[in-house]
Design a protein around this ligand. Structure first.
Ligand code: NAP
Length: 477
């Protein structure tokens, strides 16, 4: 589905009309066109800062240099001690931030280590770093702050300041979205410093074009001690994934993006979609499985399909979902049962069956939730119950998956341009599309990129979390 207003606002006539009428011009978002690159920041610069007590400088600089980023600092910033010390230990060069008139390329990203914040007065170091720099952020630029997760922070002061950063990042994301830039917060809990590579790559690259204003916690992944981090590029190569609802829309995009990363896809959809499913699978070398997710023996039939052919599943993506909207007072029991069964009951039953047979050790499960499950929606008591249920479910199941060396997470899409949203009445559709910091709907690829990141062994430090991919939709925020 296309966003006609965005296209119009970027035409020469549209630019004039938008400027005369004072209408917003949604930015063109740069999205990834290829698989994860070894060095996504090659030929790009990152301005790095930190507070004077910061504790994550070494893993952050290490991750940035592995991405190929040129490292810059603002020499007069007060919090540079830990960064300079880490750069010296790692033998990394820190260049000064060039003057705007120097002709040097602008920095693609601003990365700040706020893990040592202990007082409101120290928050001034955050202000001092970002205030002069945000203006110079190029289109589709990135802001990433790393902090101690409140649950892992030592004491009241540290917890308070970790929380303060959430407000800062949410507000900054709203300020910089106009040019397609994003701002996100990575909260690092115990052991998470060894698992920063993949989340940092995700948030700093084009793979996260529609993710902004979000907080994601990273903890200890499977494996102990130094050197357990798995690189993101190539980490999905040769794996087998089941994607439900794969015939079209978001599910088809998830299948395509996972296939791009070298994954063998088993795409499942309702038997009524067999033709469309076959076409999608043919494009990506996938195998189609025409099966209703609510079938009582769905898990056994999936296991029977993937076991002998592919040796089990490494990734499961529960994407199939339906809406049957009605005010509760008018909702039929059929609408209620159908939505609860497809969107939630089937996920629980299939996972239970696959945990017995069909799922390999180290498997990743990603469930598709919705911001509707976070904000609630008149007419969606059934749908929102299921999508909120998914958020609680991944949280509750995280230890079970972790015990098997794997992880389970959810992605909560905002307004995404698919057949589901095209069926909405015009006025709510147009409002739903614009009320976010990037003034546009997301594309199915945006959800798929987040799923691929979470499905990767390299994202092992993220478990039991829900990541919103919504352009910072104001709904439920
Ligand atoms: P879509 O275009 O309607 O695609 C959903 C697919 O799932 C369809 O092919 C559908 O087949 C299939 N499916 C439905 N019931 C099934 C069943 N019982 N067994 C097997 N397959 C079944 O929807 P979408 O927009 O891509 O959404 C995908 C997921 O994202 C859903 O979980 C949805 O709730 C979630 N989501 C979407 C948005 C958005 O803005 N689009 C926002 C938030 C969350 P049928 O045609 O037979 O139903």
């Amino acid at each position: 589905m296309s966003d006609r207003y965005l296209e119009f606002a970027h035409s020469s006539y549209g630019k004039t009309v938008a400027s005369v009428l004072g209408l917003p011009t949604p930015p063109r978002l740069k999205r990834a066109s290829e698989a994860w690159a070894e060095q996504p920041m090659d030929q790009r610069y990152v301005l790095v800062g930190g507070d004077s007590g910061s504790e994550l400088a070494a893993p952050i600089l290490g991750a940035l240099s592995r991405m190929g980023a040129g490292l810059r600092i603002v020499p007069e910033h007060s919090g540079l001690g830990p960064i300079k010390a880490a750069a010296s230990t790692l033998h990394l060069k820190l260049a000064g931030n060039p003057a705007p008139e120097s002709g040097e390329p602008r920095s693609h990203a601003l990365v700040f280590d706020a893990s040592g914040l202990r007082s409101p007065e120290q928050m001034r170091e955050v202000y001092d770093f970002f205030q002069p720099l945000v203006r110079g952020l190029p289109g589709n630029g990135r802001v990433l702050i790393l902090s101690r997760a409140p649950g892992a922070a030592d004491g009241v002061a540290a917890k308070t300041m970790s929380s303060a950063l959430r407000g800062f990042i949410r507000s900054l994301a709203k300020e910089i979205g106009k040019n397609g830039s994003t701002a996100n917060l990575l909260e690092v809990s115990t052991g998470g410093q060894e698992w920063l590579d993949a989340p940092m790559r995700f948030f700093l690259s084009e793979h996260s074009a529609y993710v902004t204003g979000q907080t994601l916690e990273v903890g200890q992944g499977p494996g102990k001690g130094e050197g357990v981090t798995v690189a993101l590029p190539g980490s999905l190569n040769g794996k087998t994934a089941l994607v439900t609802g794969a015939a079209r829309g978001i599910g088809a995009a998830i299948a395509e993006v996972l296939a791009r990363e070298g994954v063998q896809i088993v795409g499942m959809d309702h038997p009524s979609q067999e033709g469309a499913l076959g076409e999608t699978m043919a494009r990506i070398g996938g195998v189609g499985l025409a099966l209703d997710v609510t079938a009582a023996d769905a898990a056994q039939r999936i296991a029977a399909e993937v076991g002998p052919r592919f040796g089990g599943l490494d990734v499961v993506v529960h994407n199939a979902g339906v809406t049957r909207d009605k005010m509760l007072r008018n909702m039929s029991p059929q609408f209620w049962d159908m939505v609860l069964n497809i969107n939630l009951g089937a996920i629980l039953r299939i996972n239970e069956g696959l945990l017995t047979e069909g799922l390999n050790d180290g498997a990743r499960i990603v469930c598709i939730s919705s911001i509707g499950g976070i904000g609630g929606n008149a007419g969606q008591t059934n749908y929102a119950s299921t999508k909120a249920g998914v958020i609680g479910y991944v949280d509750a199941m995280a230890p079970t998956l972790s015990d098997r060396g794997g992880a389970i997470n959810a992605v909560a899409p905002g307004f995404i341009e698919t057949q589901m949203t095209a069926a909405m009445p015009l006025a709510p559709r147009e409002v739903g599309r614009r009320i976010n910091s990037l003034s546009q709907g997301g594309m199915p690829q945006d959800i798929a990129e987040a799923v691929a990141f979470l499905a990767s062994p390299a994202a092992g430090g993220v478990n039991g979390r829900t990541l919103r991919v919504c352009g910072q939709n104001w709904f439920g925020a």
